[in-house]
Design a protein around this ligand. Structure first.
Ligand code: CA
Length: 220
């Protein structure tokens, strides 16, 4: 899952970025409101993590722009301001949740997972497609109830597929899910990860749609 973190404080932004990458998220970090809008216009993000007090353009204005365009991206506001009015304004401007700084990284990660779950219309914290189950919180994957060991990238790729079964992703879309700004992507990286997932989960689990991309079919 690819997140856009918007935070001008270098210490806080660095800490959140490192913590969320350790949790398996792909994180791009914008340092001001204008950079955030540019990023949102150019990439597809699964969630926006938005500070309110920002240089160049305030977080509330960024949020209003996002919602004004009709974007349904989940937005979690992170703010140092403890004034009730700020939180109310954030929620009323279209935020889905908020955390007041300082907060615990485990709580932040759990709230992000809850918002992503809601966005996908799931209530069950474990994602199940056919005989494969994936737990985003514990990073456990099972096939027929047996644990399967995946690398970090393999896990992220599988999560992207299982989150949207039946949806065909192009190689470029999958690269964008897995690799953030400045991360080197080998030209065959996605193929290599898909090969590994098929070896571990079955050759037919991920389908190749010729000329379009890859998908995991819906299964009953
Ligand atoms: Ca700030």
């Amino acid at each position: 899952m690819r997140l856009l973190l918007v935070e001008d404080d270098p210490m806080i932004g660095g800490g959140i970025g490192r913590g969320l990458r350790r949790e398996g998220f792909t994180v791009d970090w914008a340092r001001d409101g204008a950079a955030a809008e540019l990023a949102l216009a150019n990439k597809v993000y699964d969630l926006l993590l938005l500070d309110l007090g920002l240089p160049r353009k305030g977080g509330l204005d960024v949020l209003k722009t996002v919602r004004g365009r009709g974007a349904r991206i989940p937005v979690l506001v992170i703010t140092a301001r403890d004034a009730v009015a700020d939180r109310v304004n954030g929620l009323d401007a279209g935020a889905d949740d908020y955390l007041v700084k300082p907060f615990d990284l485990d709580e932040l990660a759990a709230r992000i997972r809850a918002l992503l779950r809601r966005q996908s219309g799931r209530a069950d914290p474990v994602i199940k497609v056919g005989t494969v189950a994936l737990n985003p919180a514990t990073h456990e994957v099972t096939l027929h109830g047996e644990a399967v060991t995946l690398s970090g990238r393999e896990f992220s790729l599988l999560e992207a597929f299982l989150d949207r079964p039946g949806v065909v992703f192009s190689r470029e879309q999958l690269e964008e899910k897995l690799y953030g700004w400045g991360e080197e992507v080998e030209s065959n990286a996605i193929e290599v990860h898909i090969h590994a997932l098929r070896r571990k989960l079955g050759q037919n689990f991920i389908r190749n749609i010729r000329g379009v991309g890859y998908m995991v079919p819906r299964q009953s």
